[in-house]
Design a protein around this ligand. Structure first.
Ligand SMILES: [Zn+2]
Length: 365
């Protein structure tokens, strides 16, 4: 079996992005006064590009106020050939990672560029710019011009996973649509439906493990699904063998080991992480999971981590001892202590969290 690519073809196939889809459908069905620029932002594999294609199909649709009628000349050619088909004349996709310069931008968005010409059959001409954060400043200047003008027959969709790199002059003129990480539950639903559809035998725990290791990205989950499914059945053993856990999950497991004083597991996980990452990466991840747990505790583990916040001096002395394990150099201990203090200071003005996990509290008394 070939690895399966997650590429939704209809609005309701986009998994776990209900808010983004609702926003777009509302905008598109009102039809009039649509903005010319859209920014689709969010992490890898969460459905941005697929949704950009669906949005383009809707913007191109000849039926007024439709999110893609499926019957007009524009929808029909897209539905039979795919949006990148050679007879789809009013759609273009630019990869800014390959074409970041001003020349390519002019070919599209200058007054005599492709994107600014009237459409040949569709309602609008649509350009999707992938990896938009890679565009040069001069290229952005070229795109700024059309965004300032109210021409209704052309639109631009900028897709990015680094929205902070997009100039504010651009983002203030676009509708920004955020694509969050998808919940494990939603991803598990997608995997279960796919396994049933393709008649792949599976263990439920194995699908849950794939969902857990896919970092909130349905596309990543489907790639893993395809890899494991090529063995003929999806078992926990095969997932363990074929799918690497995410760094974030490993760091959370490390926190769990820290809080249960399991020195052996702590050392094993630390050595595993620092085998492929620098110590600085590990420390950075420890700090981000730490401050996330304090700001927005969601799980029992988060609540336990909050105990560290409760007593910073005890926590840092504990870390100093732990950092003496062979896997980490001593200077990392100082750096981490400093970072931990900084993280604590950032949340210091919040009310003191209540200690909810007795077992963890015991560690620092
Ligand atoms: Zn249509």
């Amino acid at each position: 079996m070939n690895p399966i690519t997650y590429r939704p073809k209809t609005w309701n196939q986009v998994v776990g992005q209900d808010r983004a889809i609702r926003l777009l459908q509302t905008l598109l069905s009102h039809g009039r006064l649509l903005p010319r620029g859209f920014i689709f932002e969010g992490s890898y594999g969460t459905g941005k590009t697929s949704t950009a294609y669906l949005t383009a199909r809707a913007l191109m649709c000849l039926t007024p106020g439709s999110t893609g009628c499926g019957t007009c000349a524009s929808c029909q050619v897209i539905d039979s050939e795919g949006i990148e088909g050679q007879n789809v004349h009013d759609f273009k996709e630019i990869d800014a990672a390959q074409n970041s310069g001003v020349e390519q931008a002019r070919l599209i968005a200058a007054p005599d560029g492709w994107g600014e010409a009237p459409p040949s059959i569709a309602r609008r001409r649509v350009t999707v710019i992938d990896e938009a954060h890679r565009l040069s400043m001069n290229a952005w200047d070229v795109y700024l011009k059309p965004l300032e003008q109210s021409i209704d027959y052309s639109a631009y969709i900028f897709v990015t996973n680094e929205s902070q790199s997009i100039p504010s002059t651009i983002s203030s003129r676009c509708v920004r649509v955020r694509f969050g990480r998808v919940s494990e539950e939603d991803i598990l639903g997608l995997l279960t439906a796919t396994a049933a559809r393709d008649k792949v035998p599976y263990e439920t725990d194995a699908l849950a493990l794939i969902a857990h290791r896919s970092a909130g990205a349905p596309r990543v989950a489907m790639k893993y699904f395809g890899q494991v499914a090529s063995t003929g059945r999806i078992t926990v053993d095969f997932v363990e063998a074929l799918v690497e856990d995410t760094l974030e999950n490993k760091v959370l497991a490390l926190w769990e080991a820290i809080l249960t004083k399991n020195q052996k597991t702590m050392t094993a996980i630390t050595q595993d992480i620092t085998g492929t990452n620098t110590v600085a990466v590990l420390i950075e991840k420890l700090c981000t999971t730490y401050s996330q747990a304090i700001r927005e505790p969601k799980t029992e583990l988060d609540k336990a981590i909050r105990v560290c916040y409760h007593d910073v001096p005890a926590t840092t002395s504990f870390f100093l001892k732990w950092m003496a394990v062979p896997a980490l150099p001593a200077d990392a201990a100082l750096l981490f202590t400093f970072e931990l203090m900084m993280a604590s200071n950032k949340v210091w003005n919040k009310p003191t969290p209540k200690v909810e996990t007795d077992a963890a509290e015991e560690l620092f008394t």
